[in-house]
Design a protein. Structure first.
Length: 236
């Protein structure tokens, strides 16, 4: 997703590359975009009260990651941590706790852990990390893109790892998909995809802080019959 597309959307909606978002101003011009890896974002926004900034080797092992979590806890509210979870999952949780709130101006975060990206293709030189990126603006994710994993054997291993996470209580972990693995085994060329949260982009461009304000047909609770409402009121 090129940065000139959000910029053009801002120009079409507001007449320029800048618009108000609450008390701040967002600048969508290409020169204002920042790009950094997930680990670089944690390093950049590491709180001073938690001691020296991490270095890259601190993201490599369970012991070093646990040490980071313990240091973070000395300065901030508790971060949910399970020493049995994959290192990459803890890194992603640290990113959310340390960096996300600071990503106000347009920022591309890339190089995600494989542990939280079961459908993404791993980096050739570092298989624990994948070719995935997200765009953040206003401390919100507005787009997600990645190179598609097209190795059926690796995809099965990823799904099996996800099943292990489900067994540990992670309801968001991916289910096994035998049909998808079989389709990959027939041969899939290199591919990629991107999804854009148009509703969140509309929120940012119109300074709307409730998503219901920008959705044409927001989901509503099912209508209740008069009899059902009367019975509910009587019981209450």
């Amino acid at each position: 997703m090129s940065s000139n597309r959000p910029k053009q959307a801002a120009i079409d909606v507001t007449g320029g590359t800048k618009n108000k978002w609450g008390e701040i101003e967002i600048d969508w011009a290409e020169s204002n975009w920042t790009r950094m890896t997930m680990r670089e974002a944690i390093i950049r926004y590491w709180p001073e009260a938690a001691g020296a900034k991490p270095v890259m080797r601190d993201f490599a092992t369970h012991d070093s990651i646990q040490a980071l979590v313990e240091r973070f806890h000395t300065a901030h509210a508790h971060l949910a941590y399970d020493p049995k979870e994959p290192v990459g999952k803890t890194v992603a949780n640290l990113f959310e706790a340390v960096a996300e709130e600071h990503l106000i101006q347009p920022t591309i975060i890339y190089e995600f852990p494989a542990a939280v990206s079961p459908l993404s293709k791993q980096k050739a030189d570092d298989p624990d990390w994948v070719e995935r990126w997200e765009i953040f603006v206003g401390a919100m994710e507005i787009a997600n893109g990645f190179s598609e994993l097209n190795d059926p054997e690796e995809q099965r291993r990823r799904f099996e790892g996800q099943l292990g996470e489900r067994d540990r209580g992670d309801e968001e972990a991916h289910q096994m998909d035998e049909d998808y693995i079989r389709a990959l085994s027939y041969g899939m060329p290199p591919a990629g995809g991107v999804g854009v949260g148009v509703d969140r982009l509309a929120m940012l461009l119109t300074d709307s802080h409730t998503i219901r304000d920008v959705i044409l047909f927001p989901l509503l609770r099912p209508e209740k019959s008069t009899a059902a409402e009367s019975a509910e009121n009587a019981s209450g």
